[in-house]
Design a protein around this ligand. Structure first.
Ligand SMILES: Cc1ncc(COP(=O)(O)O)c(C=O)c1O
Length: 478
């Protein structure tokens, strides 16, 4: 029968006609496993490996910590970039009120959502025509669709959020890493951009885009207006599209400090993306929005993104779109919630940065989002001698395995492996229950709440032990 014994032209070279009589020259299939029989004959194990796509490191560290917890190890979860605050009841109310809505709706998103997102941007100095807004199930898939639609290699900052460089090859393009100016994460140095792009083009590559993150994950810093202006001028000279990921825009710690969006300085070539998942803590609610440029290029890009969206996700879920339209209209209760979360992130990030600095690390002062980015370079000799640690991966493995502390190595963000930088995300310290998290949100001094102070003290203890045991040649604490 065909299903059991395909004709030779349908068989890969060397493949035996039956798995029960493998030819010695045939491809290797898994050995030893018993092959179950099915209604259509004996099952034949697949002989090839699927394309290897590693799990995003942010999700992987979460799983590693869950494993440690199951083993009964005391863990300090500082790896996963989750807002760590409860979802506001107004959002759950709006979601529930729309939960009966089925149907796919327009690929670009509902008219109500696009109008609300346009209003959100207009209030931030970016007048927006709702027809230029495209929504998707999270900003991550929108960024992926943008990379695919723009269709050329992309410059990303070093360091930068893990998924830009990881998505690029999946979208059929390649990332080009360009270092940020000192102390200004999220933006490839304008001074180095031209050189990198010209060299890549001379080598035959098609370079079409640059991604910026304002404020930045992983460094928790915000690039200056001057740097963004220079980046925009360079992008114009080089004819690059700018993708400005502003998902942390509403979480700049200093409320008086404006986010310098490239959409102000190079509107004809800037796409802005944002989502509910960070400022409103609605992480699992897959909903993001993109603001595309006006004009012929923007219209063509929109058509391409919608084409990809139509083939991959069709539309974002209608009930979540409804709740998002409510959120982007910024009713006072949500504005206050975001404001409180901003203060909480600022206070705890400051405290964590202080603990690392006290242990001898170099730490940029956190300015936005909920990340701290210490450099343990000053402890390099002690770490090498006492722990055999030479790279950020070895350092994060040591912290995880010996102390149950989950952080991400700087190399995940495109840093050289030997740079001893770590991304620390303190937001899971805000509490284990909603009650604790709400108390943290309401507190004028959240770092002094017992459960947060306990986490901070454990961090200091671990960092002190890391240094002490490095001197003594072994860890005292476990
Ligand atoms: C910089 C940045 N951009 C985009 C995203 C994606 O968020 P979402 O897909 O939830 O919109 C994240 C999530 O961690 C992020 O840190």
């Amino acid at each position: 029968m065909h299903a059991q014994n395909p004709p030779a032209h349908e068989r890969p070279a060397g493949r035996p006609t039956s798995p029960s009589s493998p030819s010695p020259s045939g491809p290797r299939v898994s050995s030893g496993a018993s092959v179950p029989s099915t209604a259509s004959g004996p099952a034949r194990p697949v002989s090839f490996a699927p394309r290897a796509v590693p799990l995003s490191p942010t999700l992987a560290v979460n799983e590693a910590l869950a494993r440690k917890r199951r083993e009964g190890v005391r863990v300090l979860p500082l790896g996963f970039g989750e807002a760590g605050i409860p979802i506001h009841p107004a959002l759950t109310r709006e979601l529930a009120s729309a939960s009966g809505r089925g149907g796919y709706g327009p690929v670009a998103g509902s008219a109500a959502l696009r109008a609300a997102a346009a209003g959100y941007w207009a209030r931030r100095g970016l007048p927006t025509d709702p027809s230029t807004v495209v929504c998707g199930p999270g900003s991550k898939p929108l960024l992926f669709a943008l990379l695919m639609a723009i269709g050329g290699d992309v410059v990303v900052a070093a360091p930068s959020w893990v998924s830009y460089a990881a998505q690029a090859p999946l979208a059929g393009v390649r990332p080009i890493r360009v270092a940020t100016p000192p102390g200004e994460g999220g933006v490839p140095s304008p001074a180095l951009l031209a050189d990198a792009v010209v060299r890549a083009r001379a080598a035959g590559r098609t370079v079409r885009a640059v991604i910026v993150t304002l404020p930045d994950n992983p460094t928790g810093t915000l690039a200056s207006e001057e740097t963004v202006r220079r980046l925009c001028a360079a992008a114009r000279d080089l004819d690059l599209v700018i993708v400005s990921d502003e998902i942390y825009r509403d979480l700049v710690h200093d409320r008086g400090r404006a986010v310098p969006s490239p959409a102000r300085y190079a509107p004809e070539r800037t796409v802005v993306t944002t989502a509910l998942s960070k400022s409103l803590a609605a992480g699992g609610w897959r909903l993001g929005v993109a603001r595309l440029p006006e004009g012929p290029f923007g219209a063509a890009l929109r058509a391409a993104v919608l084409g990809i969206a139509s083939e991959v996700w069709s539309s974002a879920p209608a009930p979540v779109q409804h709740a998002a339209a409510y959120a982007f209209a910024e009713p006072p209760e949500l504005v206050e919630h975001v404001d409180r979360s901003r203060r909480l992130h600022a206070a705890v990030c400051r405290a964590v940065a202080g603990r690392f600095a006290a242990a001898g690390a170099r730490v940029p002062a956190p300015q936005g989002a909920f990340y701290v980015y210490p450099d343990l370079g000053p402890l390099r000799d002690a770490l090498r001698r006492g722990h055999g640690v030479n790279t950020s991966v070895e350092l994060s493995e040591l912290l995880l395995e010996r102390y149950g502390v989950g952080v991400l190595p700087g190399s995940s963000f495109g840093e050289p492996p030997v740079a001893l930088r770590l991304r620390v995300a303190p937001s899971l310290l805000y509490g284990e229950t909603d009650e604790q998290r709400l108390a943290a949100l309401a507190s004028p001094d959240p770092a002094s709440l017992p459960w947060i102070a306990g986490g901070l003290d454990r961090l200091s203890e671990v960092l002190a032990d890391l240094r002490e045991s490095a001197r003594a040649g072994q860890a005292a604490l476990a």
